[in-house]
Design a binder for this molecule. Structure first.
Ligand code: TEU
Length: 547
């Protein structure tokens, strides 16, 4: 594939720790990914994105990097990574690395030095500010709960950490920091990687350090110099090279995302945004139970589709990642086996017709579900454990807190990949670092491969269609029936071709919408034949001419 065609790619996200263990350690490793390359070849994906595999104390599962140039021995060696790149390349698959440059681990040598004294040469690599023992520099909240500043006894100052206490924010104002980051990225480009996912890249430019009315996001989200920094990053590293980039954008706006992705601005190829994944946060609160708001979901997805399309930007499109619960348990239904299969396929069809780069999160292609943990000792994620403590401190009952975690925790998508029905789902011969969901006897890759009607084959067909039909890549987006409570309907239009996507999000029969053109060939569906009405969770993609 030439660099010109990157827009036709489909990406598969791997969470290496939970993917495939070849050593019996209970944690997945790079050789485990190599072992499964034929599986990706079968699926037909173009890129694999690996969440961080660098040296790390793993307090946030690798998003706390202590050495950007080393591989965490739990995952293997640099030679393993090289072998993965080579073998993947032989099969026509490219590798994207995760780059975490908003912060480092506090075990990173830069921070260890920085913390030694106020006049240490690395002091200014991080954001140190004065405060008093009980009054931090500002009242900003950490994304993982509590105040965003941590007091250091030795030097009597606070350092900023928007995430965990062990994830200190880098000072991007410091040119030397930026230079070292660019050198590191160039090292990985020379190493042979084909793309990058930039972690929370829109948080790197901090503005004023003032108290906020809310959590303080406005002081560092899409901050004053963010575009300047990203342009510099582009120019100094991947710009002009055959490297695909996606920026993870926290609480961003369409206006900024157009700037991040318009090709002529030389920033990034594409963006992950999350507004559509907050439609089950009542009053903006993640740690609460609520049905998802279907009309809001459609509104947000279509607003981004249209604005990015018309403005010449580019979205990454996705239902799930390692920070989100499983989509079938969230926007579909896992109540019965039939519901799970139908609604997983429906969600896949609804998403893969959209404009942008589709991302598939490991296990989504076989319809993996939330594991339904019921005890706090089953959870590992730092955010979930903090949320547990804070909810309990507020006086919420254990029962309610456990139900909220079972629906919202990031660990929902971090349970081991379900390969077959043998012990621990074939993920490890040791003892898994986090429990395997107990439905692995029914939901696993081996079973899915044997059944041509499985969810896996729907994903495979959707990936093939993305490669075959230019209209899916380049077509304009035309939403329909935005006020309909049950159906998600849109068209894609390109050079006289039309694809219509109709998805029934409800577990009940619904009339076909009379005004939607549905003549043409059914490219893909989750039912054998069409009927007079749309059956429960029915979804189809229809291909025709645009008159
Ligand atoms: O996530 C950034 C982020 O803000 C989230 O999606 C976050 O997990 C969520 O808001 C919590 O509710 C990225 C990574 O994807 C995540 O795994 C890391 O923990 C985080 O950055 C810090 O590096």
């Amino acid at each position: 594939m030439t660099s010109k065609d990157w827009r036709k790619s489909v990406v598969y996200q791997i969470y290496p720790k939970s993917f495939n263990d070849t050593t019996g350690s209970g944690q997945g490793d790079i050789r485990g990914i190599i072992e499964k390359l034929d599986y990706f070849k079968f699926l037909g994906v173009d890129y694999l994105w690996l969440t961080p595999v660098y040296k790390s104390p793993m307090n946030d599962n690798g998003y706390d990097i202590s050495d950007y140039y080393e591989i965490n021995p739990d995952f293997g060696t640099k030679e393993d990574l090289k072998e993965l790149l080579d073998q993947a390349q032989d099969k026509g698959i490219k590798i994207m690395m995760d780059i975490v440059i908003n912060h480092t681990s506090t075990s990173h040598n830069w921070f260890v030095e920085s913390k030694k004294s106020r006049d240490n040469e690395y002091r200014d690599y991080y954001i140190w500010k004065d405060g008093t023992y009980d009054a931090p520099p500002t009242n900003w909240e950490s994304k993982f709960g509590g105040n965003a500043w941590t007091y250091d006894d030795d030097t009597n100052q606070y350092y900023l950490r928007l995430f965990d206490v062990t994830q200190a924010d880098l000072n991007w104002e410091n040119e030397e920091v930026r230079r070292k980051i660019y050198d590191m990225i160039n090292y990985w480009i020379d190493f042979g990687v084909d793309g990058f996912r930039f972690d929370v890249i829109n948080l790197i430019s901090k503005g004023e350090f003032k108290d906020a009315d809310g959590p303080g996001k406005e002081f560092y989200t899409d901050g004053p110099k963010v575009h300047e920094y990203i342009k510099e990053l582009n120019l100094e590293t991947f710009g002009g090279k055959d490297i695909m980039t996606v920026g993870e954008m926290s609480s961003t706006t369409i206006e900024h995302c157009l700037k991040y992705t318009r090709p002529e601005r030389n920033e990034l190829n594409s963006v992950f945004t999350f507004h559509h994944l907050k439609v089950d946060y009542p009053g903006g609160e993640k740690w609460a139970l609520a049905d998802f708001d279907f009309l809001q979901l459609k509104r947000i997805l279509m607003e981004w589709q249209e604005a990015m399309d018309q403005g010449g930007g580019w979205n990454a499109i996705f239902w799930c990642n390692h920070d989100q619960p499983r989509v079938v348990s969230r926007f579909g239904s896992d109540a019965t086996e039939e519901d799970r299969v139908l609604s997983s396929k429906m969600l896949a069809i609804a998403l893969h017709g959209l404009k942008g780069t589709p991302y598939i999160y490991q296990g989504e292609e076989i319809g993996m579900t939330n594991p339904g943990f019921t005890r706090i000792d089953q959870y590992c994620d730092v955010e979930s454990l903090n949320a547990y403590t804070s909810m309990r401190e507020k006086g919420m009952s254990i029962d309610l807190v456990m139900r909220i975690l079972a629906s919202k925790s990031r660990d929902n998508s971090r349970t081991p990949m379900q390969w077959n029905d043998s012990k621990h789902a074939g993920f490890t011969e040791g003892y898994p670092w986090i429990e395997v969901a107990d439905n692995y006897g029914t939901i696993n890759v081996e079973k899915a491969l044997e059944d041509k009607n499985s969810i896996l084959y729907t994903y495979r067909d959707l990936i093939r269609l993305r490669h075959e039909k230019d209209v899916l890549t380049y077509g304009d987006v035309r939403p329909h029936l935005m006020g309909d409570d049950d159906l998600f309907v849109y068209e894609r239009l390109y050079e006289g071709e039309r694809i219509t996507v109709i998805a029934n999000f409800r577990n009940k029969a619904v009339e076909y919408p009379p005004d939607v053109e549905r003549g043409g060939e059914v490219l893909i569906s989750n039912y054998d034949k069409t009927a007079e009405v749309l059956r429960p969770f029915e979804a189809l993609m229809i291909y025709g001419q645009d008159s």
